[in-house]
Design a protein around this ligand. Structure first.
Ligand code: ASP
Length: 433
């Protein structure tokens, strides 16, 4: 059985067990609740997420330093950066515009309001200033950045270190070959961890199945379905169109190869924790060179959140409709802008998209209390939007690689490339850089 099938199986079985446990409705003190649901399965899921997160900082540091070292100070780093940031912002703006259009047509908030509610008074929270955002990219202490997982600071430090290596002559070469060895070893370690995914995903799905409230979803069905439909359109129409038109590559091949990161993102609700899986897949399965992948994927995981922006677009319109606010053209434009910027500031961990929604609502004067209306269904939506977030990161990385001659077409077109079949038989693929 290939890994995707095993992950899917783990997922399905986990959900079944979780639903069964919810249905059996054990009391909080019951043996099964204490030792299985909130004991063994909860621990298993958390350990799996921690194993993935454990790799994020070392991996980004080493692979990006290697990438920047081979690009050197050629100006290519700047060009790649410009392309990546531009594409990430454009795809997010498309996502939120699509979301608001869907919500304005479907009107999930109209009729959802039962009472003639007087909108509560609300003072919008202030987003951080552009000056502070810029300052925060440059670390004053890279060790502290690594300890705190401050991704943009780690990216800045790795790029500078890589450029210095490319200019440091013999010593630089020796350092570079040492880093290349570490990078290869890390990729091996990630492959080992990904093999655990079916078990980790099983545990995560059991705890989800126990907690998921179907009654909550039924109450907010129109809102829920509007978000799901928009995520689906973005994933199956917008991304394929963009990939095809910008790179000429087959969207179907790309989507098939990205199944594992999508499933891990869905189960963990964290594009940060999924980063090692996304990076390995984009390099070894899709064929993007280390130079591009090591830069575009961590950057994307940090600043690109199309799925999150979709939820925020639909939620803003929903809340406005619920409280009886009219959103004029200028307010809609403001939502596109703030949701796009909010996606940069959203940490790649579960549930943060909802917290950042407060900033979007505040910008257009909507009551932040509205978040309370949708919080009950956000757990499931978070899973789906995280899968969209990582698919978008990979799509942009692939498009940039294709335009820079950094994509190995042989790998892209080979369905078996980089595939994990079973533990011992995986071919040792050399790093593509
Ligand atoms: N869970 C999302 C992610 O990690 C962020 C969010 O929308 O809350 O990409």
């Amino acid at each position: 059985m290939n890994l995707t099938t095993r992950i899917l199986l783990g997922m399905g079985l986990g959900l079944l067990v979780g639903f069964a446990l919810q249905w059996a409705d054990f009391s909080a003190e019951h043996f099964i609740s204490v030792y299985l649901t909130y004991g063994l399965f909860d621990a298993g899921g958390t350990i799996f997420i921690n194993l993935l997160k454990m790799m994020v900082v070392p991996l980004v540091l080493v692979s990006l330093t290697c990438g920047a070292a081979s690009l050197g100070a050629t100006g290519k780093v700047g060009r790649l950066g410009g392309k990546a940031i531009g594409l990430y912002l454009v795809t997010t703006a498309i996502a939120v515009t699509l979301a608001m259009t869907m919500a304005l047509v479907i009107e999930p908030g109209v009729g959802a309001s039962q009472a003639d509610t007087e909108p509560p008074s609300y003072i919008g929270n202030k987003p951080p200033s552009v000056k502070q955002v810029l300052i925060d990219i440059v670390p004053d202490n890279p060790i502290a950045s690594m300890a705190n997982g401050a991704m943009l600071q780690i990216i800045a430090f790795s790029i500078l270190l890589g450029i210095a290596i490319s200019k440091a002559g013999e010593q630089g070469k020796r350092f570079r070959s040492f880093l290349d060895d570490i990078n290869e070893t890390f990729m091996k370690l990630i492959t080992m961890l990904i093999e655990l995914a079916p078990y980790g995903v099983f545990c995560l799905m059991v705890t989800l199945g126990v907690k998921v409230g179907l009654a909550e979803i039924a109450k907010l069905l129109t809102y829920f379905m509007t978000v799901v439909a928009t995520l689906a359109i973005h994933m199956t129409i917008v991304y394929p169109l963009l990939l095809k038109s910008l790179s000429g590559l087959s969207p179907l091949t790309y989507m098939k190869k990205m199944r594992e990161p999508m499933l891990v993102a869905f189960s963990t609700s964290s594009s940060g924790a999924t980063l090692p899986v996304t990076l390995r897949t984009v390099k070894n399965r899709v064929g993007v060179s280390n130079n591009v992948a090591s830069f575009a994927i961590p950057l994307g995981a940090t600043i690109n959140m199309d799925g999150t922006a979709i939820m925020q677009g639909v939620a803003t319109v929903f809340i406005a409709q619920y409280f009886g606010y009219e959103l004029g053209a200028d307010a809609l434009l403001m939502v596109v802008l703030t949701a796009t910027l909010a996606s940069i500031g959203t940490a790649a961990v579960p549930g943060v998209g909802l917290i950042m929604l407060a900033m979007v609502l505040g910008q257009v004067g909507l009551p932040v209390e509205g978040i309370g209306l949708i919080i009950g269904v956000d757990r499931l939506l978070d899973m789906m939007r995280t899968a969209v977030n990582v698919t978008g990161d990979g799509m942009v990385a692939t498009t940039i690689a294709a335009s820079e001659g950094e994509l190995d077409l042989e790998v892209f077109n080979d369905p078996e490339a980089g595939r994990i079949i079973e533990p011992e038989t995986e071919p040792d693929r050399q790093d593509l850089a």
